[in-house]
Ligand binder design. Sequence first.
Ligand SMILES: [Zn+2]
Length: 203
Amino acid sequence: MHLIPTPEEVITLLKQTGALRHGHFEYPNGLHGNEYLQVALAMRYYQHAKTLSVGLSRLLRANPEIRAIIPELSIVTPATGGLPVAYGVCEALSAHQVYWAEQDDRGTLRFRQYLEQLPGEKVLLVDDILRTGKKLSDLKDLVEASGAEVVGLAVIVYQPTPKTPDFSPLLFYYLAKLDAVYYRDAAHCDLCKRGEPLEKVWI
Ligand SMILES: [Zn+2]
């Protein structure tokens, strides 16, 4: 494996660990697709988690803008799926701190009590995957509302859907991009038409 794993190496690792699956899936938002990814299945193996997060940190360090602010950089993730990535990246970069948001009972993102950003704090948003972008976009709003500055976004896998927002001009890093085939709903789905067995997925 290279110091920065190639997209092919990342995809092989995801397949071998059962994290990347091919078939016919229905997502909670109604989309149908031919691919499903659950990066946590790969991150359960510590060495794989390390390979992926160190690889991502090397991409980040190569950017002079990010390299210059590493000592003051906060690595922040919107959900538990991003935690191994966040800790791995923070360790590899020797960044300042790691913390995460959680959803409250109404599904709104928030931080633990007393966990507040400093005005002007430099924040790197990290997650295992960017798919719909909903959580990362909510997290960006939450962090910016307290006067912190989001400097970039880094994920292991970028798997855009037709609904994924464009985060530019924010710096954006990922190790592999997956172009799954999505259908708006069952009525528009070729896999449904072919009678492929359907699996409902939670996220
Ligand atoms: Zn279908």
